[in-house]
Design a protein around this ligand. Structure first.
Ligand code: ADP
Ligand code: ZN
Length: 736
């Protein structure tokens, strides 16, 4: 336990009778509350306090006293103390840090920690039964059945155990009387499994072994350090960081693994269980409230040793966290864009620094940020250069679409068609990848040129033929696809422009009528459960041809897949975004990396109009080093992250005029600074979103500049202006 946790209990510092409490609302300051006589609280204690006319759950904080201007007898008292483990020192400092860095009210960040209100409810203990002694001498068949009905030597109740064994409860009581069983108090829910560090370790390859030894030494030594595992797809990175987890568990500390698409990675849980003989606790939006409560309490008490989770797991109140692994660290899903805006990979590093433990980042395509940190010696980089078991990386070639390689109205070139046919003929699998949901990105009237636009956003509606609707991918607006043009009334004049994954599926049905085909896109009905089942079915080889969006690109192991065709490799490059090249490189590398993981001659095809683009050339030549060198150079030259720091300031309002007026106001108030430049205001890339008109400033700062201080001096006091104007700050925006 940290020293400060004891502070208020030590004789030198008598318990305070007024304490600061942070409450989970959009407020930065703590409120002062009176501590009722006979109640002891300390920083971290979770309490119930009155706030206005409501009662809210808050946490006693450790702000310095001061600003407590209200007289003691006028202060409201703490209403109740929750029967929950207090929040430790590290997570409190983490909340302070995240709030300051992202310029969010502390209360909002605390809300991320108190995500599981059920965890704060007192638990009714359950009286269960446990095996403690040897079987009795007189082992009747009834008694034997009781003992056989125990699971891991445990049962949830006497009555349940008797029912399970098909005997009367007196048989169970008899076993308790003779000392074979005893009653115990059990917690609700399944008791946490304890991972065994040496349970199912694979014999590691030499490369893996070298990386693992380096890593376990780091973890065993403790202390803050960031290690980047940089290894091609299928190089066995997971087994390497499993060794880091084993080292943390051996040291008696907790471990957290973050994954970008956790809800879909049933395979990962199984792998973890095979390696450690115990399932990890999961933390993501698909876990039930009860399951979340169990995990929340379990990590706070220290009973739960390993959690695998989505980005929000970073805010769990671990009692003694000793390691965080961020797998696929380059993945954009780590950035949360709504509510509390934060980047989980960056904050994992911060949490490691505050908690004094190592952080492991793993990727086949590290972010430029992490790569630069490694090159400059801030991170340690461990390289796994080859696939496990001698499997080769796929051979990638371009299909140059400028050469009229596509028959009219088609999206799949004959060369790709042939390769897919051959793969299916050999009993292998193929993937057609297009990172665009729906049927067509634009619907146009051939007679009058009418286009279907979202009523809330400045975007075109995407046709989803499967559902029979036109949909906005930004606000979720949908409308039925009409038969006639709403503008000129012509019937049958509406044309789908450009392909979406549903349209590629339609073409695939014509080209490969015999193949067992599967369309995989996150907007198909059936939700996560169905997606999970389908991903499992692909891995088992139940389909010949998969047609999918980026959902299939990431992390999955499809042993039979040998051909990957990227229908439109240029899709991501069109953005004016400085990260466009990096993101496209990562996506193409990841998706082609699905091929050939279990050996054999695997091939990838990029259908492109820009075969000479540095991204395409790097992928085709398999020369990732050249890509990183060129891209890092480009970022340095353009003074873009990580060589500078960025913030976006979005000014929005329901009408354009007040937004524009507010933006002009702000533009007139830009403070001068040496190392900071403000660009804008300009229309945001999506100028209207969810009915709000948006203008944007881009703030570019040198790495040494106090970006937050600058933004505060510019924007403070203006954040909630008149005319429904809202100002949002996005520190380290990922795309713009
Ligand atoms: P990555 O995360 O680098 O893409 P994985 O860790 O998923 O790679 O490993 C790729 C495949 O190789 C997996 O099926 C994994 O089970 C297998 N594998 C990894 N290491 C070994 C090993 N040492 N021996 C045998 N199989 C291994
Ligand atoms: Zn919309």
């Amino acid at each position: 336990m940290a020293q400060t946790d004891l502070l208020f209990e030590s004789p030198a510092a008598p318990p305070r009778d007024v304490v600061p409490v942070v409450v989970p609302v959009a407020l930065d300051q703590a409120y002062s509350y009176r501590v009722p006589r006979g109640v002891t609280v300390r920083p971290g204690t979770i309490v119930e306090v009155p706030l206005g006319t409501r009662a809210v759950t808050g946490v006693v904080w450790d702000d310095e006293p001061g600003g407590e201007t209200v007289g003691h007898n006028r202060l409201k008292p703490i209403a109740a103390v929750h029967d929950a483990p207090p929040l430790g020192e590290t997570i409190r400092r983490f909340v302070d840090w995240v709030a300051r860095y992202y310029m969010m009210p502390r209360g909002m960040v605390l809300r991320m920690v108190l995500r599981s209100p059920e965890a704060l409810e007192p638990e009714a203990p359950i009286r269960g039964v446990r095996l403690v002694g040897a079987p009795p001498e007189r082992l009747t068949p009834a008694r034997r059945r009781v003992l056989e009905a125990l699971v891991d030597g445990l049962a949830w109740s006497r009555l349940g155990l008797a029912a399970q064994a098909g005997v009367s409860v007196s048989v169970v009581d008899g076993l308790i009387d003779c000392g074979t069983l005893e009653t115990v108090e059990l917690r609700a829910g399944r008791p946490a499994d304890i991972p065994e560090p040496d349970y199912g370790r694979l014999a590691l390859t030499d490369d893996q072994q070298a990386a693992a030894e380096d890593l376990t030494a780091t973890v065993a030594a403790g202390g803050f350090k960031v290690v980047l595992i940089d290894g091609v797809t299928g190089s066995g990175k997971t087994e390497v960081y499993f060794e880091a987890i084993a080292a943390a568990v051996k040291a008696g500390r907790q471990a957290l693994v973050l994954l970008p698409e956790i809800a879909l990675t049933a395979e990962f849980t199984d792998r973890f269980a095979a390696r450690f003989g115990a399932k990890p606790e999961e933390w993501h939006s698909d876990v039930s409230a009860k399951g979340r409560a169990r995990t929340w309490r379990g990590v706070a008490t220290g009973e739960v040793r390993c959690v695998i989770g989505a980005r929000s797991a970073l805010f769990l109140p671990f009692r003694d966290l000793g390691l965080v692994v961020v797998d696929e660290e380059h993945d954009g899903a780590y950035k949360q864009d709504e509510g509390v805006v934060y980047h989980a990979r960056d904050m994992a590093v911060v949490r490691g620094r505050l908690g004094g433990f190592p952080v492991v980042l793993a990727s086949a395509t590290p972010s430029i940020e992490s790569r630069v940190n490694a090159d400059q010696g801030r991170y340690r980089r461990l390289v796994l250069p080859a696939r496990v078991g001698g499997a080769r990386l796929p051979e990638i070639s371009a299909i140059d679409l400028r050469q009229k390689t596509l028959p009219r109205g088609r999206a799949i070139a004959p060369r790709l068609q042939t390769a897919i046919d051959e793969a299916i003929g050999r009993g292998e699998q193929a993937l057609l990848f297009l990172n665009r949901r729906g049927y067509a990105p634009l619907t146009l009237c051939r007679s009058c040129g009418h286009r279907f636009e979202c009523p809330n956003c400045s975007t075109w509606l995407v046709e989803h033929r499967f559902r029979g609707v036109l949909a906005c991918h930004h606000c979720g607006h949908t409308e039925r696809r009409p038969d006639a043009c709403p503008s000129c009334g012509d019937v049958d004049s509406l044309t789908a422009c450009g392909p979406g994954v549903e349209r590629v599926a339609e073409e695939a049905a014509v080209l490969f009528p015999e193949a067992r085909r599967l369309v995989l896109s996150s907007d198909m009905p059936g939700g996560t459960k169905r997606l999970k089942d389908e991903l499992g079915a692909i891995a088992k080889g139940e389909f010949d041809l998969v047609i999918g969006t980026q959902l299939v690109a990431k992390g999955h192991n499809f042993p039979k897949m040998t051909v990957v065709g990227v229908v439109d490799a240029d899709l991501g490059l069109a953005h004016g975004d400085p990260r466009a090249a990096e993101k496209t490189f990562q996506l193409l590398q990841q998706v082609t990396g699905r091929a050939g993981r279990a050996g054999g001659d695997a091939r990838g095809f990029l259908q492109t109009h820009a075969p000479d683009h540095p991204v395409m050339k790097a992928i085709i030549a398999g020369d990732r080093e050249r890509f990183y060198a060129a891209e890092i150079d480009e970022r340095r030259r353009a003074f873009m992250p990580p060589f500078s720091r960025l913030a976006a300031v979005i000014v929005s309002a329901d009408e354009r005029d007040p937004a524009l007026a507010a933006a002009r106001d702000l533009a007139g108030a830009i403070p001068p600074a040496d190392a900071i430049r403000v660009l804008g205001p300009a229309e945001a890339p999506i100028a209207v979103m969810r009915g709000r008109h948006r203008l944007r400033f881009l703030v570019i700062a040198s790495r040494q500049a106090d970006l937050q201080g600058y933004l505060a001096s510019w924007l403070l006091g203006r954040r909630w202006g008149k005319g429904g104007v809202k100002i949002q700050i996005d520190i380290d925006p990922q795309s713009f």
